[in-house]
Design a protein around this ligand. Structure first.
Ligand code: PEP
Ligand code: MN
Length: 346
């Protein structure tokens, strides 16, 4: 059962409802949004008299399993990272190198992606590499380089955390924690990242269903952290012509099933430099709230993922085109006819 309250709800009512659930041994969790609204999720329905007289906004008995992430009680959420807003009017552009290589590279990249229109930086400090012999990232030293690049550029940064034990150190530096595709279902990591209080960028696993992805988001929300941004980054296909298939169905589907913002990663989603721009635009056309793109001034010199890294000139072009596209799409307000829910079987 889901019970929601508006920003001005009496806190004692919320407390007593949670206490009543605890007394009846019904699992319960509470999630508070920045706008002051509150959602309570119960493992099963409370007795009718427990909810009959309380001034709740909504009481929903039948709902999807990811009750806190579901759009059944909340249409859209805005997630803030400093001044950056995911899910507000303008798509967010995150850019930077795949991996942090040196302080100079990171500062140069930060200044260049900012000039190209990015509002947030990316860069890997702890890298999940397929081969144990590949460069694994500079670790905490790279976090310091990212912090220096933030200082110079003024851009907040997102970086990946690989293990629960790393959460504390990464959260001490980063503005947003990235949970990578290979770790989407690492539940101890999700819970620890949630408790850091930092917003979480949750990439979809490359063989994860939409439901599994949303359940992973639910781990973060159910630990009391409402700030989750979903990222579609491509799923495994059969054709080695591309590294991954960017699943753009996932964008409107996740946005119809959930209230969380969704962004697109056309770099890992294609694995080919030449496909990044068209698929970035397609992601925005599909309704995404932003993009995360691998870009640096000298893509060919990149230590990691250079073949999918674009120049900062091309990033600037994408930014201009995204601006025009987003504006064109805002001219009329109407959701597609019929929710995807029936088709998704939920
Ligand atoms: C990345 O963004 O650097 C990365 C490794 O992404 P993913 O987890 O989507 O492969
Ligand atoms: Mn990469």
């Amino acid at each position: 059962m889901i019970v929601t309250f508006g920003p001005n709800a009496e806190q004692s009512i919320i407390k007593s409802l949670l206490a009543e659930a605890a007394r009846l041994a019904i699992g319960n969790r509470e999630l508070r949004f920045a706008d002051g609204s509150v959602v309570l999720g119960f493992d099963k329905s409370l007795p009718p008299d427990a909810v009959a007289s309380i001034p709740a906004e909504q009481v929903i008995h039948a709902h999807r399993p990811y009750m806190l992430a579901s759009s059944e009680h909340r249409r859209r959420s805005v997630v803030r990272v400093g001044e950056v807003e995911f899910g507000a009017e303008h798509p967010v552009l995150i850019a930077g190198p795949c991996v942090v290589e040196s302080a100079e590279q990171m500062i140069e990249a930060a200044v260049a992606v900012k000039a190209a229109g990015a509002v947030m930086l990316r860069g890997g400090a702890f890298k999940p590499r397929t081969s144990p012999y590949s460069f694994q990232g500079h670790g905490e030293h790279a976090l310091q380089m990212l912090a220096a690049a933030r200082e110079v550029s003024g851009l907040p940064f997102v970086t990946e955390v690989l293990e629960p034990e790393q959460v504390e150190v990464v959260a001490a530096y980063a503005d947003m924690l990235q949970i990578g595709a290979r770790n989407m279902a690492n539940t101890p990591l999700l819970k620890r990242a949630a408790r850091s209080g930092r917003p979480v960028l949750l990439k979809r696993g490359f063989s994860a269903t939409i439901d599994e992805w949303l359940m992973a988001a639910e781990y973060v929300l159910s630990a009391g952290n409402p700030d989750v941004v979903l990222c579609e980054r491509g799923i495994r296909g059969f054709d080695p012509a591309v590294r991954f298939n960017l699943d753009l169905n996932a964008v409107p589907l996740a946005m119809q099933l959930s209230h969380l913002p969704v962004i697109v990663d056309p770099s890992h989603g294609t694995g080919l430099r030449g496909l990044v721009q068209p698929m970035a635009l397609a992601g925005i056309a599909a309704g995404a709230n932003g993009l995360i793109i691998e870009s640096q001034p000298e893509p060919d010199a990149a230590l990691c993922d250079g073949y999918q890294t674009i120049s900062t000139e091309e990033l600037a072009l994408i930014n201009r085109r995204v601006g025009r596209l987003a504006e064109a799409l805002q001219d009329e307000e109407m959701e597609p006819t019929g929710e995807a829910l029936a088709l998704a079987g939920v």
